[in-house]
Design a protein. Structure first.
Lengths: 115, 112
């Protein structure tokens, strides 16, 4: 079945370490997104990508980096520069349509805890 | 970016209809209105979307005000499985950026 796979589901990190969260989709979607969610809060956009080798900063990009070398993959690196990285991270994708809106599909999320 | 405003929480009895309101007074003519819901520790799932006319699907109905500055998600018969956080979001349909902005949503509690 088509969908979005995020890994790992749970991740623990020591302060000062970089960590990379994986996001893979087999929906043939052009656009992919990374969101951060803190307890009791809504989703905040970190980065998004419309096509391969292109991505844009969202509202809270500081301390994060991404790459889009393949259409199917959009990994997120949480760097040591991110001051408060403990959160629930969600990857999403949507078809790139010029006129009609597409559905935004989400993965199951990755919960990162900094010790 | 257009913003939405929703109540923080609502309660409903099981088997009764639920009306979840959303205000989007700065909506532009090309903004689509989307609703998603999120169960605990899961990614949000699509519920419904619309532009100007009211919409129905198997999950819910979406009623859009004539001036498009507000909308209401209607669950016709709430079940315990409908307990979730419901997000009303806008997406720009012209630029092709497909940027979705989520607010804090409405936490729906369904009472047995």
């Amino acid at each position: 079945d088509g969908g979005i796979t995020q890994s790992p589901k749970y991740l623990f990190r020591k302060e000062g370490q970089n960590v990379t969260l994986s996001c893979e989709q087999n929906l043939n979607h052009d656009a992919m997104y990374w969101y951060r969610q803190d307890p009791g809060q809504g989703l905040r956009l970190i980065y998004y990508s419309q096509i391969v080798n292109d991505f844009q900063k969202g509202d809270i990009a500081e301390g994060y980096s991404v790459s889009r070398e393949k259409k199917e993959s959009f990994p997120l690196t949480v760097t040591s520069a991110q001051k408060n990285p403990t959160a629930f991270y969600l990857c999403a994708s949507t078809p790139r349509l010029s006129a009609a809106p597409g559905e935004l599909f989400f993965g199951e999320g990755s919960r990162l805890t900094v010790l | 970016d257009a913003k939405t405003t929703q109540p923080n929480s609502m309660e409903s009895n099981e088997e009764e209809p639920v009306h979840l309101p959303c205000n989007h007074s700065t909506i532009s003519g090309t903004d689509y209105i989307h609703w998603y819901r999120q169960l605990p520790s899961q990614g949000p799932e699509y519920v419904i979307h619309g532009l100007t006319s009211n919409v129905n699907n198997r999950m819910a109905s979406l009623a859009i005000a004539e001036d498009r500055k507000s909308s209401t998600l209607i669950l016709h018969r709430a079940t315990l499985r409908d307990a979730a956080v419901y997000y009303c979001i806008l997406r720009d349909g012209t630029s092709g950026t497909y940027k979705y902005i989520f607010g804090t949503g409405t936490r729906l509690k369904v009472l047995a």
